[in-house]
Design a protein around this ligand. Structure first.
Ligand code: AHG
Ligand code: MN
Ligand code: MN
Length: 317
């Protein structure tokens, strides 16, 4: 069915994010919050395209040098969340602790986010993203099963927003008016991978992960890795056939990726698409965070391949 141009630039059959959320029966406050995050992404896009790529001269809690873009993106998103009127507390990869916006305000949301994941890839012009995890209430130290929404925005050749509120996974693309309109509803995973994205140094893999990689390769699964969690994850989700992992390493038993604002949102999205997400031994979403900056090993994608990873790790560690 040919879509015809309706209002300037907006084709007749384009469903925008707010309308889709409404038709999906989401509550108005959550719709407002998700749309505010979508709005903030426009300013993050602008800072990526034109902003200062230098260092901010500061480092985050993880000892990672903060780029000007990290700090700027964090400021853009945090300001938007604070002014939304529906957020109690926030925590981000760039904050040194949980930031209390309006803790007295019950019945609101708390948000954990990575304002610019893979920021060091911007200066080599590779894709990067924003990752967001949303809980109801004031407590950010809940297991991932308690999330009410998770989303990422991928700043690639196209800008796309992928979200779930627990009713499937839906993809939106930014049009020429910078509006997010529906591209795909109910994105689904197949049981077996055709690509794999292996994070971390291969020489530091434990025997179990090494065995997993050999099994993938013997099954003819091809390596596809950019070093950016959001584009690497998105490729697997949109193709429906893949597995991403950043495993426990001999010198880093908890791996690298952070539970609250990288792994829980990605795990929620992957499970909602019919995939799986594990720390190698148990479901990511069941992990109860002990500290807000907790890391975890991560195996995520097609169910059969995540199960294979868990079997290899059970057998060989
Ligand atoms: P961030 O830039 O937010 O610190 O996260 C980068 C992460 C993630 O994007 C990617 O999967 C991982 O770092 C890659 O880590 P290595 O460079 O150690 O492979
Ligand atoms: Mn990150
Ligand atoms: Mn980051």
């Amino acid at each position: 069915m040919e879509a015809t141009a309706g209002q300037a630039g907006k084709t007749k059959f384009q469903i925008d994010l707010r309308r889709y959320l409404r038709e999906d029966g989401e509550d108005e406050q959550l719709i407002h919050l998700i749309c505010e995050i979508a709005e903030a992404s426009k300013y993050i896009i602008n800072s990526i395209r034109t902003g200062d790529l230098g260092v901010a001269g500061t480092s985050n809690l993880y000892g990672e040098q903060q780029l000007a873009l990290d700090v700027l993106s964090d400021r853009i998103l945090r300001k938007r969340l604070a002014q939304s009127g529906v957020v109690s507390n926030v925590v981000s990869e760039e904050t040194a602790d949980i930031v209390f916006i309006a803790p007295h305000r019950t019945g609101n949301f708390s948000v954990a986010y990575d304002p610019l994941d893979g920021s060091s890839l911007v200066d080599v012009n590779l894709a990067v993203g924003t990752i967001v995890s949303i809980y109801r209430g004031c407590d950010l130290m809940q297991p991932g099963t308690k999330q009410v929404a998770a989303l990422y925005i991928l700043y690639g050749p196209r800008t796309t927003l992928v979200y779930t509120t627990g009713h499937g996974v839906h993809e939106f693309g930014m049009n020429q008016l910078m509006e997010y309109t529906l591209l795909r509803r109910n994105v689904r995973m197949e049981p077996k991978a055709s690509i794999y994205a292996p994070g971390g140094l291969r020489s530091l893999y434990t025997p179990g992960t090494g065995k997993f990689v050999r099994q993938l390769e013997s099954n003819g699964v091809k390596l596809r890795y950019s070093g950016g969690l959001v584009p690497d994850f998105n490729q697997i989700l949109m193709k429906g056939k893949g597995v991403f992992f950043y495993p426990h390493l001999q010198n880093a038993p908890q791996g690298k990726l952070r539970l609250l604002f990288e792994l829980n949102p990605m795990a929620f999205l992957m499970e909602q698409a019919g995939g799986a997400a594990s720390n190698g031994r148990q479901r990511i979403l069941d992990l109860v965070p002990q500290k807000f900056d907790e890391r975890s090993p991560f195996f995520c994608g097609c169910r059969d391949d995540v199960a294979m990873a868990e079997a290899c790790i059970r057998e060989e560690g």
